[in-house]
Design a protein around this ligand. Structure first.
Ligand code: SF4
Length: 578
């Protein structure tokens, strides 16, 4: 892979305003570049609409139907994602005959994905130099052969990317557990795992406790290690409403974020002139991973003030709804404030300003993302977030609570459906009862352990339900070696990516329908469901003619593999396949 020399890099002053007309222009350009304009415009009108499809780009919630924009209920990222999916290009037999694996390995991931949608099942036999087309029947047969020749089901790894629908995820975990393993790592292992652990332990629910409309109702929103303008741009709309309702925002991030400095609503042309709405009231440029020390320092300050004014902490709420308060106070009493300040990298005056905002606020929401969860102490930081909300009595009431902002559009739904290598006994025993089979109990591997198992040859098969594992997992060269060491790799995908050309001794790529496309079966038009970052489940129904006639839905592909692999052993998966 060759990179052009750095003299191509243009370094400019960081922008001070986000979105506005440039976002609209970018959407228009993307539609023109990626798909047929008619198809593209039709796609946009259905995006995030009630009778339309859920955006495949991130998990930001949609407003209530009555609040939704009928013109454009999406952001630039969402528009790019569906225009990219609605691509006018497809690749199949001809493309792979012209491009050997060796040649494809020299291409960037951007180039691979840019070639267009996969239009046929592709198989790379052992020792082969080019992928070749196979029928679906043959593809399922190959998959079944590779899986059934394993000595132990734990020699196979079944990875899920957070874009898979609830229905595909449920069928996948049911198949995998009927196959006999809990090796169900997913992208959550690499993003919000710390959130799930810390919140389940502290609030009893491993997800957000707030709904979308709580955000604009809060007095104070603290956002740690998350950058809405880039990762969940529609969040900026809610932050603007929060400001218009008199709320305050504290942004905590080693990197300043343009969206917090100035936001121009794309659907309000009168806002396109001028500096936009400044969203952050206080920006704390914390040291990398200084968030835990910062929250602890703020708590120590509040504790000192509580000793003078007993109304700082909501002790009525604390005594009614929490445990461990005295131990918590003892920790604060013994904390080394100066050391915490030093670790946070924030000046005392700024910390005092933040504490003052917190004291004045009755309703507080704390939001975070991977700037918190991808640190080894991520769980501890999230526990302190919950402590801060508890002392302020700011959980489980309107305008108050936790808001972990998820990335992938259905990463939360997949976990709810059982995509977890450590699913609890309650889930496994209900599954057994419902589908009359013996579910494995031994915990499976996480995404990182999956790489270790492949390198150690403890696992020989890697299956990917969506995603681009070699790019998502840490330590790319080790992951690529792990893939090459595998006996067989199989991916269900819409477009070609690096994980398909860094393959096992033999490999399959199975092209699936996109979320924007019609999925018609003998039972009529199908829809899927997804779960957003606020825990709400929505229906998503494609309405575009599939970009190629030989595509199948994720659900049909999973069930096809299951029926071929489990044969008479399978329970309930065959029905869907017919
Ligand atoms: S905020 Fe996220 S879900 Fe919403 S349109 Fe943008 S990318 Fe899609």
């Amino acid at each position: 892979m060759s990179f052009k020399k750095s003299d191509e890099l243009k370094i400019t002053e960081p922008k001070k305003v986000a979105v506005g007309f440039p976002a609209i222009a970018s959407v228009g350009y993307r539609i023109w570049e990626e798909t047929y304009v008619g198809r593209g415009v039709k796609t946009m009108f259905k995006l995030n609409q009630v009778k339309g499809y859920d955006c495949p780009s991130c998990a930001w919630p949609d407003p209530d139907p009555s609040e939704r924009s009928l013109i454009a209920e999406y952001c630039e990222n969402g528009a790019k994602a569906v225009a990219w999916e609605a691509s006018k290009e497809t690749i199949g037999a001809e493309f792979f005959a012209e491009n050997s694996i060796k040649e494809l390995l020299t291409k960037s991931n951007y180039w691979l994905e840019k070639q267009g949608r996969l239009n046929s099942p592709m198989y790379l036999p052992q020792g082969g130099t080019h992928y070749q087309t196979v029928t679906w029947e043959k593809a399922f047969e190959i998959a079944a052969h590779e899986l059934n020749k394993l000595n132990d089901p734990d020699e196979a790894i079944f990875y899920t990317s957070g874009r898979a629908s609830n229905e595909a995820a449920f069928c996948y975990q049911l198949f995998v557990r009927q196959f006999g393993t809990n090796n169900l790592p997913d992208c959550s292992n690499m993003c919000h795992e710390a959130t799930g652990v810390a919140l389940s332990e502290t609030t009893g629910i491993g997800k957000a406790s707030v709904k979308l409309d709580d955000i604009s109702q809060t007095d104070l929103l603290l956002i740690f290690g998350q950058n809405p303008g880039t990762n969940a741009p529609r969040m900026l709309t809610e932050l603007q409403k929060l400001k218009q309702n008199g709320g305050k925002i504290i942004a905590v991030n080693p990197m300043p974020e343009t969206g917090f400095m100035g936001f121009k609503h794309p659907q309000k042309p009168w806002e396109w002139v001028g500096d936009g709405t400044p969203l952050q009231d206080l920006y704390l440029q914390v040291k990398i991973n200084g968030d835990l020390a910062l929250v602890k320092a703020i708590l120590v300050l509040l504790y000192r003030k509580q000793k003078i004014d007993a109304s700082i902490f909501d002790e009525a709420f604390i005594s009614k709804h929490s445990t461990g308060y005295s131990e918590f106070l003892a920790q604060l009493a013994n904390a080394d404030y100066d050391d915490l300040v030093q670790q946070s990298g924030i000046a005392v005056a700024e910390i005092e300003k933040a504490a003052a905002y917190i004291i004045d606020a009755k309703k507080i929401i704390i939001a975070w993302a991977m700037g918190i969860t991808q640190h080894t102490n991520g769980e501890d930081t999230i526990r302190e977030f919950v402590n801060l909300l508890l002392v302020k009595g700011s959980i489980a009431k309107p305008g108050a609570g936790t808001l972990p902002v998820r990335g992938h559009s259905n990463v939360q739904g997949d976990r709810t459906m059982g995509i977890w290598e450590k699913s609890p006994e309650s889930f496994l025993s209900s599954l057994e009862k419902a589908f009359d089979f013996k579910a494995p109990r031994e915990h499976g591997v996480t995404a990182v352990e999956a790489v270790e198992h492949l390198v150690a040859k403890k696992s020989k098969v890697f299956v990917g339900l969506g995603g681009n594992f070699v790019h998502a997992a840490p330590d790319t060269s080790l992951v690529e070696q792990a893939m090459n060491d595998a006996d067989f790799t199989m991916h269900i995908a819409t477009k070609l990516n690096r994980s398909h050309v860094v393959h096992g001794k033999s490999a399959l790529i199975l092209p699936c329908l996109g979320r924007t496309e019609i999925d018609e079966t003998s039972k009529g038009k199908q829809f899927i469901t997804t779960e957003d970052t606020a825990g709400r489940v929505r229906m998503s129904m494609g309405d575009l003619t599939p970009v190629a006639p030989n595509l199948k839905s994720e659900v049909a592909i999973v069930c096809g593999i299951a029926a071929a692999t489990l044969k008479e052993k399978q329970k309930c998966l065959g029905i869907i396949f017919q």
